[in-house]
Structure formats: C-alpha cells, structure tokens
Design a protein around this ligand. Sequence first.
Ligand code: SAH
Length: 291
Amino acid sequence: MHVNNPFDSNYKFSPLVNAVPELEAFIIPGKFARKSIDFSDPEAVYLLNKALLKWRFNVNWTLKEGHLCPAVPGRFDYLLHANDLLPKLEGRRARMLDIGTGASLIYPLLGTAAFNWECVGSEVDKEAISYAKGLIRMNASMLGTKIRRQEFKSLILPGIIEKKEQFDLLVCNPPFYKNKSEALAANARKNKNLHGADETHHNFGGSANELWYKGGEEAFLKKLAIESAEYGSQIHWFTCLVSKKEHVRTFKRFIRKGNPTDLKVIEMTHGKKSSQFVAWTFQNQENESVK
Ligand code: SAH
C-alpha cells in the first residue's frame, strides 16, 4: 500500500459510523476481537465505502443498486501511485481523464477531493452517466467535473479528447470480462468463495454492461495501447490497471509499437491482494522536477 494511503483494513468503526450511521447495523465481530462487516454482503460493503469517502474526504456518495461498488482503499492507492508520476505543476491544477468513470464516479471524486485535480470522465453507459452527474450535483467541490459520453463502445479516446486539449494524466479501470454471461458467472463465483470468509475488498456489484468489453480486458488494453500513440502529445501520462497479470506482456508489446519514451509497470499490494497498473508516456521527461 502507498505510504500516504490512510486506509488499512483494520477499520476504526466509530468515526465511520459517525460519518454514515446506517453502517452500525452491519458491524459484526471480526478476528482478534476486532469489529468487521460481512464482505459478502453488498449492502454492508457499499455502506463501508460510503463511510470511508465521507469520513476521509467529506464526499457525499450514493450508488445505484446493481452498479459496480468500488473498494475505495484500492482505488485510492492507484491514484496515489499515479500522482507520483506527475511532474510539479507550477500554479495550475493537474487535469485528469478517467476512462470508464462508471456510475460511482470514483476516480474523479477522489482525484478532486484528495489532489484538487480537474477531472473529465468518459463513459458509454447512459444510465451510469446520469447517475454520475447526480453525484457531481451532490458535491459542490465537484462542479467543475465533466462527463463525456463515448458513443461507440469499441472506441476509447476518439470523440472524447478535444482538439488541442491537454491532460496530465489518464487513469482507467477497464472492463475485464469478454461478455455478459462471463461477468455474471465470475461475480457469482466470487460471492460463493467469500461467503463466511473474513476477507476484504473483494466484493463488487456491477451491472453487466460495466464489466465486459468485446474481447475482454486484453482487447480493451490493445485498443487503448494503439489509440494512445495518436494522443501522445495531448496526454502526458497514460495509466491503466491490468487485472490479469498475464495481460501485462501483450499490453506492453502494443504500447511499444507507438515508441513511448517511458513505460513501466507499477505493482501495488493491499492486504493479501496485489494488483498492478501500466504507465507510459510519449513525452520527453527531461528538465522536469519530479515530485
Ligand atoms: N471507474 C469505475 C468503473 C470501472 S468499470 C470503477 O473503477 O469502479 C469499466 C467502465 O468502463 C464501465 O462503467 C463501462 O461502462 C465503461 N466502458 C466500457 N467501454 C468503454 C469505452 N469504450 N469508453 C468509455 N467507457 C467504457
């Protein structure tokens, strides 16, 4: 976990219950006389994440039933590591583009609240977009956030980035299943494995649309890699989570085709879970004072 991540899995429930009183009804005894929640219960997981956002960032957040419930500690870890890539910006806010922002709007919410980034989110799902727009209205500090609709699910960047527009950072948590039935089956398996286990951060809801892309994660990553070279002068750092480790090699291979000036894999660990994102740029890193 990043040194600046305030969330470890030994949650202190009293400030969280103060932030979101409904959480109290879901607290159960955990290991070593600690308190916990049932991580296989989507309602409990949702309220925990809602409380984390309110307690730490004063973010007001709700989630429509059936949509992907983000595990805030892990999502924030990704942004902390991505933030480390950014050069020091004198006198202006960093601009971040979140591909597939979802109904939860999680990265723009965290990006604005924790780093004061100016955020744009893209999304294909109309329902998710209208929900995310509601979240912007619920948080005064988010009013500068824009959501742009990607009309073609097979495309990622075209139609989203305006001519001459500049971003310091792109983040993305890609859809990872090949089709709707694979997404539903995996979710059912996950819930079954979880039942009764004292594990953290593995539960998610998720409308099927949110979780799949034709060809799965690998196809999405290839597409992003190829498209990125076209926008190399407009986006300083591209980053993208990769959920299956075996996809990292292919992803890097496709990124290299565009001749990046830097390309790296950043490993993250959170409890027993590890994950990674790939970061690459086509811009010159010389003469920049890195944070
Ligand atoms: N960022 C959120 C949601 C990630 S799920 C989170 O981390 O929880 C992936 C999201 O990508 C879904 O909301 C899905 O609808 C969206 N998506 C799928 N294909 C897309 C595309 N081509 N362009 C933009 N968003 C897309």
